[in-house]
Design a protein around this ligand. Structure first.
Ligand code: PMV
Length: 323
């Protein structure tokens, strides 16, 4: 029976997290560690899933029950994505799906989004639909909202389009920045963060200070707009300054933690142009921007305060068919 393997990249938020949930822009880059998904058509009308990276093994149910009943955590995004796809395009027969990730789901690289994008792309291939990037984005983003109720969709856009993007909430703007590379250093804090918990934390803490929150988000927007130009001009010094400014506001939002602060401070003291947390905060990764000459020194400084350097390249290719 027909079979296809596709892959999609992980992502890192460059600037604009949290603000982007509330109708503001952000900058995101795709990283060269990928999620792989193989999908095979079956004659029997059965759905089978193996996703060992998220502890799902030999999970099976009838295709007609897809998206219904108790769904294991690790199967949710894929199952709801198939349901959303099948509401638009009929699925004939059954499906056997296997996923394998090159990165840990603890890094905050967006493993759920990457696998959601992979399954939609794979179904588009299996049923010869030739869905456009925007069509894949729309079904995948609906899936994220169905599963976790919140989110801007920036991670979905990175998995679909790849590269480095200027992105506006819900995909109202998805603008690729044509650059060749980005001198990024990535440090993992070793602490797993939960995106929805952090979005809720910010909302709660500012519930009686809406003007203050609005003003923080407006300032972040200014930094994002300027950083877009800095990236285009390869002005890494200016990008570093803007990342530092963004980090101060993330601290005001209350989403940074001591471990990340230490990693960020050390990278700047070691000669980095600038650094900030990347994503929801509360853990996951920090990013620093620095010159080639300072790279080793900055990496060492991050390790000295307990961070783990993740060797990834930014600006990676979006979802693609492997074979
Ligand atoms: O936790 P991450 O790395 O998926 O980043 C979340 C970024 C937020 O802006 C807080 C949420 C979102 O969907 O944009």
């Amino acid at each position: 029976m027909k079979k296809v393997t596709v892959s999609a990249p992980g992502k890192l938020m460059l600037l604009g997290e949290h603000a982007v949930v509330y109708n503001r822009p952000c900058l995101v880059t795709a990283v060269d560690q990928r999620m792989y998904l193989t999908a095979e058509l079956l004659e029997a009308e059965e759905f089978q899933l193996n996703a060992p990276d998220v502890q799902v093994e030999n999970y099976k149910k009838k295709i007609k029950d897809i998206g219904k009943g108790e769904i294991p955590k690790g199967a949710k995004f894929i199952e709801i994505a198939i349901r959303n796809f099948s509401e638009k395009y009929p699925i004939r027969g059954g499906l056997r799906i296997t996923t394998k990730s090159e990165f840990s789901s603890s890094f905050g690289f967006g493993s759920s989004s990457a696998s959601t994008v992979c399954i939609i792309k794979a179904l588009s291939e299996l049923f010869d639909l030739g869905l456009s990037k925007k069509e894949i984005f729309d079904i995948a983003y609906k899936t994220v909202l169905d599963v976790q109720r919140k989110g801007s969709g920036f991670d979905i856009a990175a998995a679909v389009y790849g590269g480095t993007l200027y992105f506006l909430t819900g995909g109202k703007a998805i603008e690729p920045l044509s650059i060749k590379s980005l001198p990024l250093i990535v440090g993992y804090s070793g602490i797993k963060a939960d995106t929805v918990t952090l979005i809720d934390k910010v909302k709660k803490e500012f519930s009686n200070k809406p003007e203050e929150l609005d003003s923080i988000y407006n300032s972040i927007t200014v930094f994002v707009e300027k950083a877009k130009d800095s990236i285009r001009d390869k002005n890494w010094k200016s990008l570093g300054d803007l990342m530092n400014n963004n980090q101060s506001l993330l601290k005001k939002l209350g989403v940074s933690i001591e471990k990340l602060d230490n990693m960020i401070q050390s990278s700047i003291s070691a000669g980095g142009y600038g650094a900030k947390l990347s994503g929801a905060g509360g853990g996951d990764c920090m990013i620093a921007i620095c010159s080639d000459e300072k790279k080793e020194k900055v990496e060492k400084a991050i390790e000295e305060v307990g961070g783990e350097i993740l060797k990834v390249q930014a600006n990676a290719e979006g979802v693609r068919v492997e074979k």
